[in-house]
Write a protein that binds this ligand. Structure first.
Ligand code: N01
Length: 540
């Protein structure tokens, strides 16, 4: 551990960025290389990559397809990088981000192994002072959080964890050296996207895998595979069009939503359309009809199609029934995609424990004790998700003007203007913050839009000799109402156990956090706000 040097010199730059993942890297490039600002990036990890630095669990790969889960700002970058698989594996994404950092000479302004512990706005000096766990102090006019939406690991407070005699891991803090599961009895808690990706890989490695499921989940096959030369050539040829499509799409993916209602076709035709979408696989299953996310009855047809698939894949009827989601509709929680998830429950060495019928009571030295029995385990893997969106921001202990503390301001749930700024916190920008589309989109699209908007905003201030921008309270109120309205226009708030609502973290306010109005619509709003002289913000 580094020695605190609280009394050491304050390091001053024009801007501080917290985080060196997809967001922080691009924001650094724009502010430094386009605007000529001096910038310091502070990153807690010992390497760049953000989410992809930490999430190295077995089976970890992206659910967006590689050729558009990447930056679009540089055609040269795009042309020189070759993805190997349809869905990039975590190591490949890290290699890509390492390449980006080298190609744009970003590393010299990134300080690794530096966890921010506080950020305080000084009204008189109009600057932010950022302190780190090691006691270093940094000062800058602009503070930009690029801390990710899913970076604060949620390890449930199950009694007895400290007494467990084996090893345990959270998927979002995976050891870099990997974990050897051979001849191990492994317990996996959680069946969200992560648990669903990890299950087949763990089952293939462990002597026995016990999956502890609290909420049964829908999942659609990913249909991963190598990017062959023909497909790569097609991507290169159509790159501009694909990128434009992603930018104009509601969720940042370059695929078309059907213009038909699931209720306007015959049952036979609907079945054929779902079968084709299932065969094609991936997140675009949702696009099979235009109203899957808008109309309960339309959604029910998709939900039922997947329930039938589960029953046809899983051989043991009791296990199939336990794996069948009935308490929420398809994609009202973030929909996972998988490679042989349901098939894995046909293996001899895999057991499903339905926590709805037999909840976990405690972790004991030998394993997990549910109401009915104790499961002896050598390793427990927590795929229990994250304190999403607000967790990583509140961990920074951000204090604005007049002694405002972000934790208090957000005690009843996050409020922001456009998910970009919070009243009372001048010159603080929250990239992909709550109130912006973020997790409802293909993230690089949302990230590029925020990075560019923030860079343009700072350029606007500088060109006019202004040095401060702050969201107005009335604008944040109006935006909060728009975030609520947009969510209510969809089926998304219906899933009561969803992390979009903060429901997975005990005690967290139940507020639908991301903006569900669509990425393209949101982009238009942000552009109009800027074109109108930053309406809703106070500039001086
Ligand atoms: O986390 P989750 P995740 N006892 O919160 C269960 C992104 N992602 O890491 O549903 C028992 O979705 C919990 O149960 P319930 C993606 O956006 C992206 O899987 O709350 N179980 C649930 O089953 C995703 O949505 C990729 O009842 C407990 C699970 O743990 C997001 O990350 C890949 C429990 C948590 O599911 C989060 O996914 C992976 C307890 N006390 C993830 N507490 C890409 O490919 C929680 N659970 C880009």
């Amino acid at each position: 551990m580094r020695e605190p040097h609280e009394t050491g010199p304050i390091q001053r730059t024009d801007a501080i960025i917290v985080g060196a993942g997809f967001s922080g890297l691009y924001q650094l490039h724009l502010l430094r290389d386009r605007l000529g600002l001096s910038v310091r990036v502070l990153e807690a990890a010992d390497g760049i990559g953000g989410t992809w630095y930490w999430n190295r669990y077995p089976g970890a790969r992206c659910d967006s397809e590689s050729y558009y889960y990447s930056y679009s700002f540089s055609r040269e970058l795009e042309d020189e990088w070759d993805w190997t698989e349809r869905y990039p594996e975590h190591g490949e994404i890290r290699r890509y981000l390492d390449h980006v950092a080298d190609r744009f000479d970003l590393r010299r302004d990134i300080q690794l192994g530096t966890r921010v512990s506080g950020a305080r706005y000084d009204e008189a000096g109009n600057h932010w002072t950022v302190t780190t766990e090691a006691g270093e102090r940094f000062e800058a006019q602009f503070l930009i959080t690029a801390v990710g939406c899913l970076s604060s690991a949620n390890v449930p407070a199950i009694p007895g964890l400290a007494s467990f005699a084996g090893a345990w891991y959270h998927t979002g803090r995976w050891p870099h050296e990997g974990v050897d599961f051979s001849n191990k009895r492994v317990g996996l808690i959680g069946t969200g996207s992560t648990g669903i990706q990890a299950t087949p890989v763990l089952a293939a490695q462990a002597s026995h895998l016990t999956v502890f499921q609290r909420t049964a989940n829908y999942s659609v096959p990913a249909r991963n595979g190598p990017m062959d030369d023909e497909f790569k050539a097609w991507v290169r040829e159509n790159s501009s069009e694909l990128r434009a499509k992603a930018r104009e799409a509601p969720n940042g993916h370059p695929f078309d939503f059907s213009d038909r209602s699931a209720l306007d076709v015959s049952p036979q035709e609907r079945q054929a359309i779902y079968e084709a979408a299932w065969e094609r696989g991936g997140l675009r299953f949702r696009a099979a009809f235009r109203d899957i996310m808008l109309d309960k009855d339309a959604n029910e047809t998709a939900s039922q199609f997947i329930r039938d698939k589960i029953r046809s894949i899983v051989e043991d009827p009791e296990t199939a029934e336990a794996l069948t989601p009935r308490d929420h509709l398809f994609a009202t929680k973030r929909p996972p995609i998988d490679t042989n998830y349901f098939e894995t429950f046909n293996r001899e060495n895999v057991t499903l424990v339905d926590l709805k019928t037999t909840p976990i009571e405690a972790i004991v030295p030998e394993g997990v004790r549910t109401r009915d029995t104790t499961y002896p385990l050598d390793v427990i893997v927590f795929a229990t998700g994250f304190d999403a969106l607000t967790g990583p921001l509140l961990a920074l202990d951000i204090r604005g003007r007049d002694g405002l503390v972000l934790k208090d301001v957000w005690a009843a749930g996050p409020k922001s203007y456009l998910g970009l700024q919070v009243p009372g916190f001048p010159n603080l920008f929250t990239m992909t913050g709550p109130g912006s589309p973020s997790v409802l989109t293909n993230m690089p699209v949302a990230i590029e839009q925020h990075a560019e908007w923030i860079a343009d905003c700072i350029a606007h201030l500088r060109e006019r000799g202004l040095d401060r921008i702050e969201a107005r309270p009335d604008a944040a109120e109006t935006w909060g109402a728009e975030v609520d309205r947009a969510a209510s226009a969809t089926l998304l708030p219906m899933a009561s156990s969803s992390w979009y609502l903060g429901a997975n973290v005990p005690g967290k306010p139940r507020v639908f956090m991301p903006y569900a109005g669509g990425m393209a619509h949101y982009r238009g709003i942000c552009e109009r706000v800027a074109a109108g002289g930053y309406e809703g913000f106070s500039l001086r």
